[in-house]
Design a protein around this ligand. Sequence first.
Ligand code: PLP
Length: 462
Amino acid sequence: MRYISTRGQAPALSFEEVVLTGMAVDGGLYVPETVPQLSHEELAAMAGLSYAEIAFRVMKPFVGGEIDDDTFRGLVRDAYATFSHDAVVPLNQLDANHFLLELFHGPTLAFKDVALQLLGRILDHFLAKRGERAVIMGATSGDTGSAAIEGCRHCDHLDIFILHPHNRVSEVQRRQMTSVLADNVFNIAIEGNFDDAQAMVKASFADQAFLNGARLVAVNSINWARIMAQIVYYVAAGVALGAPHREVSFCVPSANFGNLFAGYMAYKMGLPVKQFIIATNANDILHRTLADNDFSKRELAATLAPSMDIVVSSNFERLLFDAYDRDGNAVRELLERFQQEPAVLAEAPLAKLREKFSSFSVDDDTILETIRDAHHRTKALLDPHTATGYRAAERARADAVTPMITLATAHPAKFAEAVVRAGFSGVPLPPHMDDLLEREERYTVLPAELKAVQSFIADNRR
Ligand SMILES: *Cc1c(COP(=O)(O)O)cnc(C)c1O
């Protein structure tokens, strides 16, 4: 399997290279050159298999033989053994035809664990094979940092440095990162805001001289392996509800669009999907683009669903590449214009997207109302991100007969503040985490200065 850039001007890469690379040199994102197909028979044969076995079968063609089957099976099995539910990602039936796909049973209680538990293991495997070590660097305001740390804490060939804004992440989110005391995990609390932290990470990727030749790896959702791992749960849920014999629909709380793009890949591979609904919070660039052809940046709004607070939706570029019939030049022109000024999509690609995708945007008041309403009607306690999905599914579904699967992207205990504001007395952490607030923490406070951060990394990497 080879991977090509959405902007058409970077060299094609192998799976191993694409996992170690991140963004393409032409500024684009890597996608598989051809989409592997799951036949009717192959899908039907997945009914009743374990999640790990479905995962192996769905992902194998993307790996393209670059990891031998037994080893890859082992990596997949280990990754999903960290989940606290036997089904890994159980389906919870809310009413006659609306299901929640619970993606929050991993170590940090959000769906990013599904991809990052596997990505850490794949990276470690390739680095061991090459006899190399690598440094992971990332900035976080919450979910990604803790999921990346949990995914890499056991990796012998990786050192991970995660920057978070000092005193500006919730206590649960901070402790999920800082209570991991492994030798290769370094939490840096920056005396500044998230943008300061993000800017230092960007500058470090642009000029890596401070690492004296060590490899710097990105684990944000531009990394293809994260998308690949997420395709699996769409297939598993679809098959559990009757695919390939009947169609299903999905509603996905979306921000950078990595999650939903994985669903689109499952559809392209052969899963019969009737409709995808994009749910956004007030940061609604995806909804504006689809509904009004308004592809433009707006100022960031801080919402009750903070893991969906974005200005630009980076993985949308992967969908645009397909909508523009894989014309890298057209995508590059569109994205370059979009960086400078409000843009619009061409008519034909927009029409194509509207055939499969609907969208719906949910503001903060509606998130609170939806948490109450969903609990009243179904007894399910939703986190604020999942609440955007629940509301969007109810309002934007094309029909009542196709099973609707709303992706539950976080456990309500992780965002208890919003749940309390909705009128509930609180949400206990699951049993395996109930001592989180007593665990020992370790982190280093540094000024928001690039030099200070880079010397810390150079001095501490192993
Ligand atoms: C990251 C995240 C999202 C958004 O996912 P994308 O892949 O960026 O669209 C939604 N909900 C939660 C809880 C998240 O952590």
